[in-house]
Design a protein around this ligand. Structure first.
Ligand SMILES: [Zn+2]
Length: 283
């Protein structure tokens, strides 16, 4: 039986500082002495440490693009092979799936304006918002995780992207953002709320229901456009499969990962570059 603890430890509120990894470990804020990710593929990840280990990490404060572990030479620290979605990397993907909060700790050796001047600092709870693979700076595949600070999310929600309407988030534990914008309304109308993959049309007592999936995600660092060319009308099941890399779409619109071909309306010009982006990062 694991004693893994998810969420904030009452004795160590946000801003708590620690002299060393040993102290962090004893406090239970981040238990592994060496590994940057604490967690298992069965339970999910409960904490991470940003300590400058990976040159591919991006720290924007309330949004972090964290690089997974593995594939590095233990002595030089250089990336020498592809990372795989296993161990801590898989644990972070499981936390995304289950909506678990992840404690984020920054170390002074982490090169970011948000790093503490010395030692380590617990900087609050984040949720794993997205995960994908890409070529890192050394040319090998790395797994990347987008983490969004939990409290910040509620403050950020009303802000409107330039071409989009408000992003509505039902609560901080729901991990998928349902956006209702002109574009998403148009794509659903074009397909009359029918899934482009399976043809399902869901009808509840509030009317038909479908989800608009962005092929190249909107959020940083992807920054996909909120255009019809970058959208699909999907049922919730196929939307989840698409976002979690269970299916992808080939240039000829055949479905990769299951049988079938995407239904495409003559007025819907899907950008093949967005399908390629999705295949390369999620497929
Ligand atoms: Zn479907």
């Amino acid at each position: 039986v694991s004693d893994r603890f998810f969420g904030e430890l009452p004795s160590y509120p946000e801003g708590s500082t620690f002299l060393s990894r040993e102290e962090l470990s004893l406090a239970g804020v981040h238990k592994p002495i060496q590994a940057g990710i604490s967690g298992s593929q069965y339970e999910g990840a409960d904490s991470i440490v940003l300590s400058g280990g990976y040159e591919d990490d991006e720290d924007h404060g309330e949004v972090i693009v964290y690089t997974g572990h593995g594939g590095r030479d233990t002595t030089t620290g250089r990336q020498i092979s592809d990372q795989v979605l296993a161990r801590g990397n898989l644990a972070l993907a499981v936390s995304r799936k289950l909506g678990f909060p992840v404690r984020v700790v920054r170390g002074s050796s982490h090169s970011s304006p948000y790093a503490p001047p010395s030692g380590y600092r617990y900087d609050g709870l984040y949720r794993v918002d997205d995960h994908w693979k890409e070529r890192g700076r050394a040319g090998f595949l790395v797994w990347r995780f987008r983490l969004v600070k939990l409290h910040a999310e509620l403050e950020v929600a009303p802000r409107e992207p330039e071409t989009a309407g408000p992003a509505r988030r039902t609560s901080s534990t729901v991990s998928r953002v349902i956006r209702d914008t002109q574009g998403t309304r148009r794509i659903k109308a074009l397909y009359d709320f029918r899934c482009q993959i399976c043809g399902t049309r869901l009808v509840g007592n509030a009317g038909p229901y479908a989800e608009a999936a962005h092929i190249k995600p909107l959020g940083a660092p992807h920054s996909g456009p909120d255009l019809l060319a970058n959208m699909l009308c999907l049922c919730p099941n196929h939307h989840v499969l698409f976002d979690y890399g269970g299916i992808a779409i080939a240039d000829d619109f055949s479905i990769l990962g299951e049988q079938g071909v995407l239904t495409v309306h003559p007025e819907h010009r899907i950008g093949l570059e967005y399908l390629r982006y999705h295949r390369n990062h999620y497929g």
